[in-house]
Design a protein around this ligand. Sequence first.
Ligand SMILES: [Zn+2]
Length: 280
Amino acid sequence: MTRFIDAHVHPPVREFLDGPVAPYLDGLRHFLDVEIEARSADELADFYRSRDAKAVLLGWNARTASGYRSLGNREIKALVEVAPDVFYGFGAVEPNGGAGAVAAIHQAARLGLSGLSFHPAAEGVAPSERDGRQLWDTAAEHGLVVLVHTGFTRLGAGSAGGGGVSLEPARPIHVDRLAAAYPSMRIILSHTGQLWLDEAVAISMHKRNVHLCLSGISPKAMSSELLDLIRGPLHDRVHFGSDYPFGNPDAWLAEWDSLGLPDEVTRAVLVDNVSALLAG
Ligand SMILES: [Zn+2]
């Protein structure tokens, strides 16, 4: 039986570490105090398989803002194919990429990917500012899950000017109009908005198609109010993600267990909610 689904994994393959996050890696290692080492797709699959777990692998495309290469749809698909019993894949498209972005969304669907991952802070574009409706119409047409990194980012954190990265596009409120315009679109607010937790909670309380991914917030740091929401009104729309390799799933799960929550809450957060979300 699956013990957990890690819904937020950045595959630490060479193409990713030497590609889009390369300029931030030294800072991330310093800021996070975690090991960030390259792994092959097989090693990553074994990591999760040995834990009776599955993982959602996320693409990355911030080419316009950063000038660095992406981890695109085809690369994510290739990783998933290494271990389709373990991996789900979310693609990534160029923000404000016009016709190219629309074509890339069709491609993600054709490849059988489950969703698309957006990182507004890295991309420098808020969801509400993206090119016209065509991009979102296309994602909705294919029923792709839309995952949006919200709140604080550790990219550039602690450096002068935050490495040129602005947090403002990652405010959860920029997802609100999108969620309102596409009620059938399944949307994930990753990292629960962090310092903008209230915004993320307000949107997910208001709109049933919005889900919260608990990646980026450690269980011991969760307020009693957030835990009440997880047990109560949001019980079927919150799920676990580790942000691996920038977060450690084992450490998160050990902390979670120490909270002593009822088994049905743990099962919902670790497996059932994201399983239902991915199944549509
Ligand atoms: Zn992430």
